[in-house]
Design a protein around this ligand. Structure first.
Ligand code: BES
Ligand code: MN
Ligand code: ZN
Length: 516
């Protein structure tokens, strides 16, 4: 195990993880009138208030430019103006009409960060009158993320001269914004960035054992956290035959990684967040076609999201009890691999006939949710998985698919999705699916031949490893994990999808009534 890890590191001779690539952020009520100025405006009238630091001639010139450009103030539209007043550049960012919630404020920060990345020198962002300026800082951090540790200096994307000069957010209550950012904003950013790093890393670097190591490093020194790792003998003793069957074709052994964070009153039962952690999905013996197969390095995005969310909550020291369970395996077609037709037994004693080894996410999650339920008696279980292409066909990457029989849970998850911009769309879980998934020789089979609705069958399968009384929801995040169309706080590559959603959901959670 040590040898494998060492070999991978040697062959790539990895640089240390980069220090934060974004501009340092600070809050102030006054700033020097030089460098670049970012001016968020929802209407012409905002220029009078938010542009109060401009002298009247400069303000009039900005107004003329906005009118002449027919600037429409729509969210995330920009107009860059040069040579006005004492500023090297004035960048107007549209905010759209209506109230600016946390997500919209983050988008302003994201636009500001990306549009000023190549500016050499300080940037000031005018935020007076905006309710929660710390969210602008969060968005700037999220939008300036880049994953370039494997790029040599000469092949790296355009240099970012502005990295060391600060972004100053101008606000009347700089002190409270600074402490909100330090207390909770940075924690959320750290959680999203852990998830992005894990998903962006190639599968020769991140496999079950190294996923565990990276997570342990990220949590080092964070209070209230206990981490436990189940290796193959431990999972054999516990009877987790389902996840073990997925890992058998790979030289990299599977792991079940459990991260507990206790920040709430000790008797309160925790929320369990289970994540699909397939560090590479070749399909196994039911091998995938070659085109685009590389993207299956991101098939651990659910696991990365649940550990990222718990990191965010723990670093905030949020008053909640939450457990992340990352079900980690590599799905490969080696000589020891599971065959179509094999029967395995899951942690809860249910037997599974495996008809398609490419439907492996539900297999690793079967053990994760059954174990999470029996060990923690949780108030709710939510699993996240890049589970099916069928989900992408149904709702694309604008939404994740939400499956649950608990309306109260659906409502809370959907609300968290609305406020964080990580939107959910509810899809069906019909009782008939139980008949469709019947196996001739075992309790259940893992796919329905030629079966539609595919995303719902996957959801049904996972749900059948949780007893009906426990509030459970499944989020199919296939397509959301990479290059998603979620705007200026999501750079190319890994989106870090789900961390903001789960952070909000867990902090707002209210106990759910039992299902009808
Ligand atoms: N990891 C894939 C699903 C996936 C597809 C994620 C595209 C992200 C983008 C999953 O393990 C898989 O192979 N699903 C099969 C299920 C089928 C065999 C029932 C699929 O969707 O085709
Ligand atoms: Mn698969
Ligand atoms: Zn998969």
């Amino acid at each position: 195990m040590r040898l494998i890890a060492a070999a991978a590191l040697l062959s790539l001779s990895l640089p240390a993880l980069p220090a934060d690539a974004a501009r340092p952020i600070r809050f102030a009520s006054e700033a020097p009138r030089t460098g670049a100025l970012v001016l968020p405006l929802g209407s012409a009238a905002d220029l009078g208030t938010r542009g109060a630091m401009l002298d009247s001639a400069t303000r009039a010139a900005v107004m003329r430019a906005l009118t002449s450009a027919e600037f429409d103030y729509s969210a995330n539209s920009t107009l860059a103006l040069r040579g006005l007043g004492s500023w090297s550049q004035i960048l107007v960012v549209g905010t759209g009409a209506g109230p600016l919630d946390a997500f919209k404020l983050q988008e302003i920060g994201g636009v500001a960060a990306s549009e000023t990345a190549s500016i050499d020198g300080p940037v000031t962002l005018a935020a007076s009158g905006l309710a929660d300026p710390a969210q602008i800082a969060v968005g700037a951090d999220l939008g300036s993320y880049s994953f370039d540790r494997y790029k040599s200096a000469d092949s790296a994307s355009p240099p970012r001269p502005g990295r060391s000069a600060p972004l100053t957010i101008l606000t009347g209550n700089a002190g409270s914004a600074q402490s909100a950012y330090a207390r909770s904003g940075r924690a959320l950013v750290d959680g999203v960035h852990l998830t992005r790093d894990l998903v962006n890393e190639p599968a020769n670097v991140i496999y079950p054992e190294t996923f565990v190591q990276r997570t342990q490093e990220a949590f080092r020194g964070v209070g209230g956290v206990a981490i436990q790792v189940l290796d193959v003998p431990a999972m054999e003793r516990l009877g987790m035959g389902s996840i073990l069957s997925v890992g058998k074709g790979s030289a990299r052994p599977p792991r079940m990684l459990i991260v507990e964070y206790r920040g709430g009153n000790s008797p309160a039962s925790p929320i369990v967040l289970a994540g699909k952690g397939i560090t590479f999905d070749s399909g196994g013996i039911s091998l995938k076609p070659g085109a685009g197969m590389w993207e299956m390095k991101a098939d651990m995005a659910g696991a990365a999201a649940v550990v990222g969310a718990v990191l965010a909550l723990a670093k905030q020291q949020a008053p909640v009890n939450v457990v992340a369970i990352a079900a980690l395996a590599e799905n490969m077609p080696g000589g020891g691999a599971t065959r179509p037709g094999d029967v395995v037994k899951a942690y809860n004693g249910k037997t599974i006939e495996i008809h398609n080894t490419d439907a492996e996410g539900r297999l690793v999650l079967a053990d994760a949710v059954a174990y999470g339920e029996s060990r923690y008696k949780p108030a709710a279980i939510v699993d996240l998985a890049t589970l099916t292409g069928s989900k992408v066909t149904a709702v694309g990457d604008e939404y994740a698919g939400l499956f649950t029989r608990h309306d109260g849970l659906a409502q809370q998850l959907s609300a968290a999705g609305e406020t964080t911009g990580e939107l959910l769309w509810r899809l069906p879980l019909h009782p008939n699916y139980a008949k469709d998934m019947r196996s001739d020789i075992a309790d259940i089979k893992n796919v329905v031949e030629g079966g539609q609705p595919g995303a719902s069958f996957g959801a049904h399968f996972i749900g059948s490893f949780v007893t009906p009384a426990t509030p459970w929801a499944h989020l199919d995040i296939a397509g959301n994990e990479m290059g998603s169309s979620t705007g200026p706080t999501v750079p190319s590559g890994a989106a870090g999808y789900g961390v903001r959603l789960l952070d909000r959901f867990v902090r707002d959670f209210r106990p759910v009534a039992a299902a009808k």
